[in-house]
Structure formats: C-alpha cells, structure tokens
Design a protein. Sequence first.
Length: 133
Amino acid sequence: YIPLLTDILELNTDSIEARVQAMRERKAAIPPRHPEALRITTFDGTLVRSRVEALLYERFCAAGFYVLYEYPVEYAPGKYLCPDFLLIHPVTGQVILWEHLGRWFHAENSRHQPSDVLRDRQRAGPGMDLRPN
C-alpha cells in the first residue's frame, strides 16, 4: 500500500462522506478498463476481476473504510494510476492506495513483470512502501 497525503485528493475541504460520494459519482461516469474481465460481484454489487479482489473489497468495507475500486488517480498532468483499491478512512480521511498484484509475478504473466527497480531492490512485498528513497 502507499499512503498519500489527504490533500492530494482535496479531502480536507469537504466532509469525508461528501467527498467520497463525489468521487463515486465521478467514477460512475468513467467507463471501466476491460469491462469483460469484471466477472465477480461483491456484496454491494460492485464488479471486480477476481475472487481475491472480492474478498479484499468486502474485508475493507467490513473494517469501515470507504472503498473505491480502480479509481483513477492523476499523478501527473494527464497520467493516471488505477490501483485495485483506493481506501479512505472514515474518520481521518487518510487515503491508501492498495494494489494486491495478483498473479503479477507468475511466469505466464511475463508482460506484467515488475519494473527493474522493484525487482532489483527486492522491495515489492506485502505492506511495503514503494515510494522512492
């Protein structure tokens, strides 16, 4: 996961709940990437790509987080990152991007291998902060 400053998404200007609702409305207006792969339905009707993502989604919701699946985060002008989950703490507004990597490291998915930086530094792993030193 990669914790972000809450002001990156302007969460500090409105109530957290109102901002999450606005983000959900924005997300609903954006067509999903590869919609044919969204095959698993979560308890609230959100479509995800795997059973593991459905389990994570449901656990995050049960823990009280606001959860946005594949929410596009602009990290540079015109460049977007769509992590599996964008989690927003309901009290503090802390934002966490969560990418579980799934089968990313399996040989049959060679086109999805991690970058040389992550592979060489052996930095990719559960709970690791992948921001540059």
